[in-house]
Unconditional design. Sequence first.
Length: 111
Amino acid sequence: MFTQQIIGLIVIAYFLIRLYSQKKKKQINANEFYFWLVFWLIAGSAVLLLKQIDLLVRNLGFTASGIDVLLYLAVVMLFYSVFRLRIRMARMEQDITKVVRKIAIKDENNN
């Protein structure tokens, strides 16, 4: 096993321990816990199977190494997550505006 793989697995183990700690302290709910647990287990599997991923990427005709392709996929996923969060925030802002308007109209009618 390469030094980078060992370091990667240590980092993933650290995040798994933190994840369990946050679940135990009830800082995250069960859905978040399972989402991140699966995420970090997949990341750990990718680190362990890096040579096989390199071979798969090469067989698919990509010139980059497996780790490069994983990095590209991670960046795409991050951009998609930011996009989804922005949409959710915009929807929440609209909902808050509606509630504030209703409260303001109700207060106006009571005075």
